[in-house]
Design a protein. Sequence first.
Length: 397
Amino acid sequence: MDRRGVIFAGVVISALGALTYNLLPLFLGTAQDYRGLSDQAVGVLSSSFYVGFTLATVTAFFWIRRFNWRIVTFVAIPIAAIAMLTVGQTATYGVMLAAMVCAGGAFSVLYGIGTTVLSDTSQPARWYGLKIASEAGLGAILMLTLPGIVVARWGFEGLMAAMAGVVILLAPLLLGLPGRGLNEGLSTATRQSPAMPSALRLALWLGLLCVFAYLFCTTMIWAFIERVANDAGFDPVTTGNILSLGLLLAITGSLAAMVAGERFGLAAPLMLSITLLVISLFLLGDVGSLAAYGVAACLFTFSFGLGIPYTVSVVAALDVDGRYVVLTVPAIGLGVMLAPAIGGFLSAQGGHGALLTAAGISVIAALALALTALRLGLRRARAYRDEAGTGVTEPIV
């Protein structure tokens, strides 16, 4: 699983699975402009994608180690592309919602496989950093090029067709994807071992809640960060360029996570990420100039690019049989599903201040959950692996 071809395929399939998320500001803004949707309606449209995303990945706990990953991938890809095309071609809101649910299910399968592939490597925190960097990199390229080349000429229909095209065009890069991972044998070994300690199981669920809370915060801000600039009267093209730069800084944050790996443990980098993120929320609360908005947006994207690999790595460090790490995908899906709808409601009722406050509370809760999970479960995970005879070690806190 440490072969370059396997890691490359795991990174690419993750970038495809996260495509909609990284284009969320462009998607929401374009849908609102060309379909005349309210903040709340466009938030629900985005959330419907993650209803399908979450429902599909909740079941992955049962199938991710049983079915051939290559076959599942090449079934999911055309479903994702067709669903995106359907969203773009229809003007009926109900049909758009249904197609978004189908698209979410297909994209989640891709993302779940990518997450599991990289979790089976010997250095998951490092490759999660590369994974998030690739996701943000693809998003940055498309965020920079699609508005002027595609949206300006073909509108919302063109945007959705372009997203479907990217999925199809990049599919051949997944030929190096393995059919299965390493942990099938590990799962069998752990089933023959004593039952997982209840404290370790609790730590795993706390880690999954951390992933949920972190993504809930970041998605709530990411979904409406373009609207903050729009309400402040900033030029849309300049705003798009700032967000593209922000995605490049998200790549920088994720590459920093890749380089650092587990050298400083998991807790310290996560604390740094959340501290910077909270600072960015304060700055976004007072964007009196375009420069101030740019600093706040870029600090925000850098901090979540740094933090996401470590939130997932908390679960990977505690996962003794290789089945729980895939549940980070529905945890992400739940956070991303609820955030746009709740963010739209909060923005409509209390303005951006209410949205920023809720995001701040959520990300501080994520830090508390992560620290508790690591303290409660890391030593127990090591003891459990030693007893199962796997020889796997865990990062220090």
